[in-house]
Design a protein around this ligand. Structure first.
Ligand code: ADP
Ligand code: UDP
Length: 241
């Protein structure tokens, strides 16, 4: 923690992270926990080391994105399982890009898993556990005022920019970036990338064998969940503590 900033009260405890206020109104601490959940919190387990791995993984990705010109909330790693971020006014919408078919796209549209999607697809979901994060479109976002038209354009633009940067990064590590979810928030009139980018919120397959190395190992009871995340980190050259 920078000497002048102190961690204060718990602000929110979600399914995988706990968020703390700090002595600086504009900064929050994200604590990555070992809790792992799927199916809207129906399946929950503690997976040893997951919080630390995800915190350090997220830090590496956020720094890579920043170097690639993406404005993010990330400030710095504080300790193995916590990072300091800018406090955002979160937009309650999840942005999903897919390069290969998997998950809900296959269930919804009857597309076979693994089909290459050219061009990649983009989907919005409403962040609302009670409603099971329903899929929404830009008209819903406009009508219900979840974000302005400019913010919608920025979220799409940044989400695709992230795809360009990360598809290449993972491919260099012999991995396919199948799909991922991003969340955004407002800071000083700007839209910044918030929340996290970790194998909890994306799909990563070995490029040769198509072995799954992401949260699908947990969803599908394949075992070796954190080991999969660590393998991805190793391939990206992330030195985990
Ligand atoms: P969930 O709320 O989906 O269960 P988490 O356990 O990951 O998810 O909780 C983290 C919460 O913190 C999420 O609701 C996320 O939108 C929010 N969040 C992430 N980054 C920021 C930020 N920079 N400022 C404010 N809130 C944030
Ligand atoms: N995702 C997420 N949080 C959610 C919903 C989806 O991080 O609340 C991620 C998920 O890990 C995957 C991508 O978004 O990488 C697309 O998920 P999908 O719509 O296929 O839903 P799923 O079948 O994973 O529930």
């Amino acid at each position: 923690m920078p000497a002048q900033i102190e961690k204060r009260a718990e602000l929110y405890s979600g399914k995988a992270k706990t968020v703390y206020t700090t002595s600086d109104d504009e900064k929050l601490v994200l604590h990555f926990r070992d809790d792992t959940s799927a199916f809207d919190g129906e399946k929950v387990e503690q997976l040893e080391r997951k919080g630390r791995v995800n915190n350090q993984f997220n830090a590496f990705i956020m720094q890579t994105l920043r170097d690639g010109g993406v404005a993010t909330h990330f400030e710095q790693v504080l300790n193995p399982s916590e990072s300091l971020v800018r406090r955002l006014d979160m937009i309650p919408v999840e942005c999903v890009v897919r390069n290969l078919a998997a998950g809900s796209l296959c269930r919804r549209l009857g597309i076979e898993e693994g089909r290459e999607l050219e061009p990649p697809t983009f989907e919005f979901f409403l962040k609302n556990d009670a409603l099971h994060d329903p899929m929404i479109n830009e008209y819903h976002i406009r009508t219900f005022g979840w974000a302005s038209d400019d913010e919608v354009e920025r979220m799409k633009e940044i989400t695709f920019r992230v795809n360009t940067i990360l598809t290449r990064l993972f491919l260099d590590g012999g991995l396919l970036l199948v799909d991922y979810k991003l969340e955004f928030g407002r800071f000083d009139g700007e839209v910044l990338l918030g929340d996290e980018f970790t194998p909890d919120g994306c799909r990563l397959w070995d490029a040769k064998t198509r072995d799954k190395l992401d949260k699908d190992r947990f969803r599908q009871g394949l075992g070796g969940v954190v080991e999969g995340y660590e393998e991805v980190a190793r391939r990206l050259g992330i030195a985990l503590q």
